[in-house]
Design a protein around this ligand. Sequence first.
Ligand SMILES: Cc1cc2nc3c(=O)[nH]c(=O)nc-3n(C[C@H](O)[C@H](O)[C@H](O)COP(=O)(O)O)c2cc1C
Length: 207
Amino acid sequence: MIIDPATTPRGELHSLMIRCIAPRPIAWVSTMSRDGITNLAPFSYFNGVSSDPPALLFVASRHDTGHKKDTLLNIEATGHFVVNVVPESLAEAMNITATEYPHGVSEFEKAGLTPAPAERVSAPRLKESPVHFECELYETMHVGVDGAGGGTIVVGRIVLIHIDDSILKDGKVDYELYHPIGRLGGMEYTRTRDRFTMVRKKYTPGM
Ligand SMILES: Cc1cc2nc3c(=O)[nH]c(=O)nc-3n(C[C@H](O)[C@H](O)[C@H](O)COP(=O)(O)O)c2cc1C
């Protein structure tokens, strides 16, 4: 199958892309509006960017109406956000927070989750998540149309990292204790319980 984006509807392209770009980690982004309303939503166009300074990115696409998502509006207003991870045990709660509630409704309350104060940013952390990255806005870059289909890359400088001791073994994050989920296409997700190890080869002349 060959797909030409020029003749393929936007919705179909989105479905195809998320099916093929998989699995994707999930940034569970918590923010607070200027008037103190907390917000929590998952974003799976998410990854790390650099380690000096430590930075990560996620992409907030526009609503189908063309409007900006509350997460992006809050970050633009305050310059702060926290990326929390999604352990398998919180998958259902994460799904509730993806509901497009009207502006002003806190997904923390709807999903029965607890906001905890962050130390360096005004956005709250998600108490129930075992990893939190406190971030200051580094840069945004909008890609595409100024409406449905367009996406804004949000780059955050990580100013503090919290890791719960419960997922550590010998001072390292241990995958027997830490079970983040990943997003696939459609409504599917993946676990991290089936893993394998490969040692990377070092180049030597004549190889
Ligand atoms: C697992 C998962 C991953 C998602 N990834 C993204 C994403 O990468 N970008 C995006 O704009 N929306 C994504 N969404 C949809 C948003 O979470 C949803 O639009 C949410 O209501 C936005 O909330 P807000 O308006 O409070 O910011 C995802 C939803 C789920 C369930």
